[in-house]
Unconditional design. Structure first.
Length: 124
């Protein structure tokens, strides 16, 4: 069976865990601080659900539980992009990439990486 796809809120938490590494609920909550009001119990509940789904691992050896991403970033991004390409772009990776690059300004470094990837793909 395929790994479960994270919801939007779960993905936000995974991004924190991928960036910070193993973290407490408070660490995750502090990192998520933005315009939206978030409460400790909501983040805790999401992490508990994510643990049940296998998206995060929980270390409960200490009094304060520490959560870590149980799924890797790259395969999760690939699966979500593949689903997005199928749903929105009729399965076209090229249309997805062109739309992404026309929507958000890419840095010179990012554009150079895109060029290198295109060169690798053309050689293959």
């Amino acid at each position: 069976m395929a790994d479960p796809q994270p919801t939007e809120s779960e993905l936000e938490i995974l991004q924190v865990l991928w960036r910070r590494g193993p973290s407490t609920v408070r660490d995750v909550l502090d990192d998520l601080a933005d315009e939206r009001e978030r409460v400790y119990t909501t983040v805790l509940k999401l992490l508990q659900i994510m643990h049940e789904k296998g998206l995060v691992a929980r270390d409960d050896a200490r009094r304060t539980h520490v959560y870590a991403a149980a799924v890797e970033r790259a395969p999760t991004e690939r699966a979500m992009l593949s689903e997005l390409a199928d749903r929105v772009f009729d399965g076209s990776a090229a249309r997805l990439a062109m739309r992404a690059l026309s929507t958000k300004r890419a840095s010179p470094e990012e554009l150079a990486e895109v060029r290198r990837m295109l060169e690798r793909l053309e050689e293959a």
